[in-house]
Write a protein that binds this ligand. Structure first.
Ligand SMILES: Cc1cc2nc3c(=O)[nH]c(=O)nc-3n(C[C@H](O)[C@H](O)[C@H](O)COP(=O)(O)OP(=O)(O)OC[C@H]3O[C@@H](n4cnc5c(N)ncnc54)[C@H](O)[C@@H]3O)c2cc1C
Length: 330
């Protein structure tokens, strides 16, 4: 058998962490990342990066696998806390004025170091009719810092990078033995997956030195510290919208809701705005598929929690890759 040639399609957080897992598992493989967007041009760059993977009903094929993915991912990022690559510990509240389910998860309560009910006094600190709340210690991973450091490590370990748009997966057939597909929302068109849809999210980065905790209030409103006196204010969840241009009325809605929650934000300075497309699917797709001669491992459809869950899904994707290679002659 010659050198194993692995292509990783996509350079968002899922592609980079998958490439890293391939290098770890197959140190002598020849690994190439192919993507048309890198770093600041990806969705992963703009994400708030809060580790809260039960939002948006993230699920894998089974509950056990979902749990394993979340646990693996938390452990992975924990190794990078305060190592100058954008991973920090974070404390904050999940609030709900309707049901407890919006802000409580049995699964997360056993993975995160602090996960307890908010007290009456804590609920009263925030204007609104907050009936349920959870106080949490978790992590924030800033894609803008984490991805460059990850890409640097990959290049140092010999991973190659090609900037190109793949129009048809068959283009990669004679170039690689196996391709890990981490193309995010791009998979909808490339693999004709009609169950993958964009969930548009717009955010505002605002100057907010007073914000030291994150607050997720209901399903739409969030304030998440971004470091250096800046916060991410959100958000929107617009299913089926492909447009990433900034919408003024979304900005106004975000500012109104966030300043109602935290009046100190009333005259906050907007630093920049951004909109991205969460690759939303009923369940993340981590599967093997043979397309003509090419072995493909899919790893996409992480919805609104791709930064949080990428390490765990990538570990499982590479496990499937090992299985697929064992069962076939190259
Ligand atoms: C407003 C907002 C806030 C968010 N906040 C959080 C959060 O707090 N926590 C969290 O965990 N997640 C969050 N997310 C979700 C997170 O951003 C996504 O789940 C994650 O970025 C998906 O990563 P990805 O690598 O699959 O996709 P992407 O980052 O979109 O990367 C896809 C890659 O595939 C490449 N590609 C696609 N098609 C092709 C093709 N045909 N040819 C070549 N290359 C191709 C692209 O160039 C790119 O490199 C948020 C998202 C939004 C929009």
């Amino acid at each position: 058998m010659g050198v194993l040639k692995v292509g990783v399609l996509g350079a968002g957080i899922v592609g980079l962490v998958s490439a890293e897992e391939v290098v770890k598992t197959f140190p002598s493989a020849d690994v190439t990342i192919i993507a048309d967007k890198f770093l600041m041009d990806t969705t992963s760059d703009g994400a708030a990066g809060l580790f809260m993977p039960v939002l948006y009903n993230f699920s894998a094929k089974t509950d056990d696998l979902t749990r394993e993915i979340i646990k693996e991912s938390y452990e992975y990022y924990s190794n990078f806390i305060n190592k100058n690559c954008g991973v920090t510990e974070a404390y904050g509240f999940l609030l709900s004025d309707t049901t407890k389910e919006v802000c409580y998860s049995d699964m997360l309560s056993t993975i995160l170091p602090i996960y307890r009910d908010a007290t009456e006094e804590e609920l009263l600190e925030y204007p609104g009719n907050w009936r349920y709340g959870t106080y949490v210690k978790t992590l924030i991973t800033k894609g803008r810092n984490f991805m460059p450091s990850c890409l640097k490590r990959l290049k140092e370990s010999g991973v190659k990078v090609i900037k190109k748009t793949v129009q048809n997966i068959n283009e990669l057939e004679n170039k690689f033995d196996v391709v890990i597909n981490c193309s995010g929302i791009g998979a909808a068109e490339l693999f004709n997956d009609t169950s993958l849809v964009p969930l548009r999210g717009q955010i505002v980065k605002a100057r907010s030195p007073e914000v030291d905790k994150f607050i997720l209030a209901g399903e739409e409103t969030y304030i998440i510290p971004y470091g250096h006196g800046v916060s991410t204010l959100g958000g929107t969840h617009q299913l089926g919208h492909y447009d990433t241009a900034i919408r003024k009325h979304d900005t106004q809605g975000i500012l109104n809701r966030c300043s109602a929650l935290l009046p100190q934000l009333k005259n906050t300075q907007i630093l920049w705005e951004w909109a991205g497309l969460r690759p939303y699917r009923h369940s993340v797709r981590i599967e093997k598929e043979k397309i003509r001669k090419l072995k493909v491992i899919h790893n996409y459809g992480h919805g609104g929690v791709g930064v949080s869950t990428a390490p765990g899904t990538s570990k499982y994707a590479v496990l499937l890759m090992e299985e697929m290679l064992k069962n076939s002659k190259l």
